[in-house]
Design a binder for this molecule. Structure first.
Ligand SMILES: [Zn+2]
Length: 257
């Protein structure tokens, strides 16, 4: 009876979380408001690791990130949409883990290990633009909402088996760096990545070079964290090519390469 009640409660609360995404207009199942996402991201940011001490590289990452965001804001404003997120871009000192990720609410991170394998600003823009896409599409928050449902189900099973078991929201924040998104989420973010690159006059073809880097990082030594949390680059390459091919004529004029 108790287990059944908890189970029903989890399922009911999950389906009551429908919210309209303020940027895309899609209905999504998330259990945080945008304000809560932003607050959680700011609280979680210091736990993501030490920032790089390489000031020049840090400045480059921030400058590229802000260029993408200003293009994004302009693009949205032209459509009467207000971007509710304030993005911050941080280069992490981690030289071992090839990774990039974003917390819900707009805190975006890139490790030195990945940074040093990207040899053009356009490639950095591709990585950051992809992460901005995850934030706008609220993928992290969706995963977390699903996690709570799963948690409820686990808890219900636990009560039935005599060992109640639950975990808080905090543990999810810590796991976001290792979070595995669905294939659809990745492709959506790649689409944003390409769009933001084009709007900011970066060359979206450099996304292919990013895929090469990610593939190599998986083949070589080191910890290819990005590969455990993302689908194989080969699958994304084809999709990115299609997105670029669908760009309106002239979209790439004036891109810097
Ligand atoms: Zn991703």
């Amino acid at each position: 009876m108790i287990a059944g009640g908890i189970l029903l409660f989890s399922v009911v609360t999950f389906f009551m979380k429908g919210q309209t995404n303020p940027v895309t207009g899609k209905t999504q199942w998330v259990d945080m408001t945008v304000k809560e996402e932003i607050m959680m991201g700011l609280q979680g940011a210091p736990q993501m690791g030490a920032p790089s001490r390489d000031r020049e590289a840090q400045a480059i990452v921030q400058q590229i990130g802000h260029r993408l965001v200003s293009s994004l804001n302009q693009h949205l404003q032209q459509r009467g949409i207000n971007n509710p997120y304030q993005f911050d871009f941080t280069l992490l000192a981690d030289r071992q883990t090839v990774n990039a990720f974003a917390l819900p609410g707009g805190q975006v991170f890139l490790t030195e290990a990945l940074y040093h394998q990207l040899d053009k600003e356009d490639q950095i823009a591709g990585v950051l633009g992809h992460e901005v896409g995850h934030v706008i599409e609220r993928h992290g928050s969706e995963r977390m909402a699903k996690g709570n449902l799963i948690n409820g189900l686990v808890r219900a099973a636990g009560v039935a088996g005599g060992s109640p078991n639950g975990s808080g929201l905090a543990s999810y924040v810590g796991n976001i760096a290792h979070m595995r998104y669905g294939r659809q989420d990745e492709l959506e973010s790649d689409r944003w990545g390409v769009l933001l690159m084009v709007l900011s006059r970066y060359d979206p073809h450099e996304m292919m070079a990013v895929m090469d880097v990610l593939e190599k990082s998986g083949a070589g030594g080191g910890k290819p964290e990005f590969l455990s949390s993302h689908p194989r680059p080969a699958n994304r390459r084809q999709y990115i090519k299609e997105v670029i091919a669908q760009l309106p004529p002239g979209a790439l004029e004036g891109s810097r390469n």
